[in-house]
Design a protein around this ligand. Structure first.
Ligand code: PRP
Ligand code: MN
Ligand code: MG
Length: 193
């Protein structure tokens, strides 16, 4: 049978690298959430953030609610459409709440900007962003945190299309416990934009 890692060219962060860094980011977030008067709402961006969110919140010893939104902009390609769509909304009411958006990666920034605007409209009193990877080289949408919101990140990511630890190419590779770069021959001709 086939392995999950067929097509991976090289590993950027191993499972151990990921675990060590997530523990550090969780400690930082925990210290901040413990200082709040009321529980924060941690909002995971499906699908990519599911593993990071799960690993993060279980290391945060502070009261918090967990919810998800689904935002999609890449489809099955490797280029942002530039027009993220919220295809599934929150269950929890975030009006007057401290919200922490949890992402696997902030690349162009389109997804996070769209989501911040959406959460601000819903009346969140502060909006933080906690992303496992940050790829500033590709940023085209500058986003502003709201209120006392902070920006947390695991690693700065070099400008490769990365997969694993929640991140996909055409919905595959999300289950890899590490972050890697795909072999160039794995990419179909990209028609997403
Ligand atoms: C990916 C990733 C982030 C977003 C980052 O999501 O999980 O949510 O793109 O890119 P950006 O900063 O350029 O907007 P995608 O649209 O692929 O959906 P998915 O999480 O379901 O894979
Ligand atoms: Mn995503
Ligand atoms: Mg994707």
């Amino acid at each position: 049978g086939a392995d999950a890692d067929a097509g991976i060219d090289r590993v950027l962060w191993t499972e151990a690298d990921v675990a060590a860094r997530v523990t550090e980011v969780a400690a930082e977030l925990c210290a901040d959430l413990r200082g709040l008067r009321e529980p924060a709402v941690v909002v995971g961006v499906a699908t990519g953030a599911f593993l990071f969110l799960a690993d993060l919140v279980r290391r945060v010893d502070a009261p918090l609610a967990v919810d998800f939104v689904r935002v999609e902009s890449y489809g099955d390609g490797t280029e942002s459409s530039g027009r993220p769509r919220i295809t599934s909304d929150l269950k929890v009411d975030v009006a007057g709440k401290h919200v922490v958006v949890v992402e696997d990666i902030v690349d162009t920034g389109n997804t996070v900007s769209c989501l911040i605007a959406h959460l601000e409209k819903k009346g969140a009193s502060s909006i933080s962003v906690c992303t496992f990877l940050d790829k500033p080289a590709r940023r085209s949408a500058n986003f502003q945190l709201v209120g006392d919101g902070k920006f947390y990140r695991g690693f700065e990511c070099p400008d490769y299309f990365v997969v694993g630890y929640g991140m996909d190419y055409a919905e595959l590779y999300r289950n890899l416990p590490y972050v890697g770069v795909l072999k160039a021959e794995m990419y179909k001709k990209d028609t997403s934009n």
